[in-house]
Design a protein around this ligand. Structure first.
Ligand code: ADP
Ligand code: 5GP
Length: 182
C-alpha cells in the first residue's frame, strides 16, 4: 500500500497529541514528523522529541535555505515542518504532521496527495475541561488558544476528513481506517 502523508489539525487540547502517540504505538508503518519551533520547551519536553527547539536566527536561516515544507508563526513563535525529513521518510512509512490549519492548507498546496484530518471535540465545554485538565498552560495562554477555536472549527470544510475525538479508541479506529483506505 502506498505511504500517506496524514496532516492532523484541531484546536489545542482536543487530543491530537494523545491520538498521534497511540497511533504510533500501535502502527510500526507510521511515524511522526518532528517540527522545528522557536518557542521555549515546556517542562518535560526534550530537543528532538516533541520539537527541535531552534533559536530565532537559526529558524530564519533555515527559511532562507528553503528547508521547510511549510512554516507559520503562532503566539509570537515560529513553527515549521522539515522538508527533507518528510520526503525521505515517505519512501519507507506513512508520515503524520500535527500542525495548525494554515500549515495544513499550505501542505496540501505543496503536496496535493496529502490527507487532511481535522480532530474536533464532542463539545466546547469538554474541550475547555481537557485544556485546563492538561495543566500545562497559564490562564492567559488558555484564553489565547480558545480564542482561535471558532476560526479553526470554521475551516472543517477544507479538510478531507473530520474526526470527533469523543471516545479515544473509536476516534483512533476511524483514523486507522483512513490510513488503510486505498
Ligand atoms: P492536543 O495535542 O490536541 O493539544 P492533548 O493530546 O494534549 O491535546 O490532550 C489534551 C487533554 O485531553 C489531555 O489531558 C488528554 O489526556 C485528554 N484527552 C485526549 N483525548 C481524550 C478523550 N478522547 N477523552 C478524554 N480526554 C482526552
Ligand atoms: P504548541 O506550542 O502547543 O506545541 O503548538 C502551537 C501550535 O503550533 C499548534 O496549533 C500546532 O499545531 C502548531 N504547530 C506545531 N508544529 C507546527 C508546524 O510544523 N507548522 C505549523 N504551521 N504549525 C505547527
Amino acid at each position: 500500500m502506498k505511504n500517506k502523508l496524514l496532516v492532523i489539525s484541531g484546536p489545542s487540547g482536543v487530543g491530537k497529541g494523545t491520538l498521534v502517540k497511540a497511533l504510533k504505538d500501535r502502527r510500526k508503518d507510521v511515524t511522526e514528523s518532528i517540527s522545528c519551533t522557536t518557542r521555549a520547551p515546556r517542562e518535560g519536553e526534550t530537543h528532538g522529541k516533541e520539537y527541535f527547539f531552534l533559536k530565532r536566527e537559526e529558524f530564519l536561516q533555515r527559511i532562507a535555505e528553503n528547508d521547510f515544507l511549510e512554516y507559520d508563526e503562532h503566539f509570537g513563535n515560529y513553527y515549521g515542518t522539515p522538508k527533507s525529513f518528510v520526503l525521505e521518510t515517505l519512501q519507507k512509512k506513512s508520515v503524520i504532521l500535527e500542525i495548525d490549519v494554515v500549515g495544513a492548507l499550505n501542505t496540501k498546496k505543496a503536496i496535493p496527495e496529502s490527507v487532511l484530518i481535522m480532530i474536533v471535540p464532542p463539545s466546547v465545554d469538554e474541550l475547555k475541561r481537557r485544556l485546563i485538565g492538561r495543566g500545562t498552560e497559564t490562564d492567559e495562554a488558555i484564553e489565547n488558544r480558545l480564542s482561535r477555536l471558532d476560526y479553526e472549527l470554521s475551516q472543517q470544510n477544507e479538510y478531507d476528513f473530520v474526526v470527533v475525538n469523543d471516545d479515544l479508541e473509536r476516534a483512533l479506529q476511524e483514523i486507522e481506517n483512513i490510513l488503510d483506505a486505498q
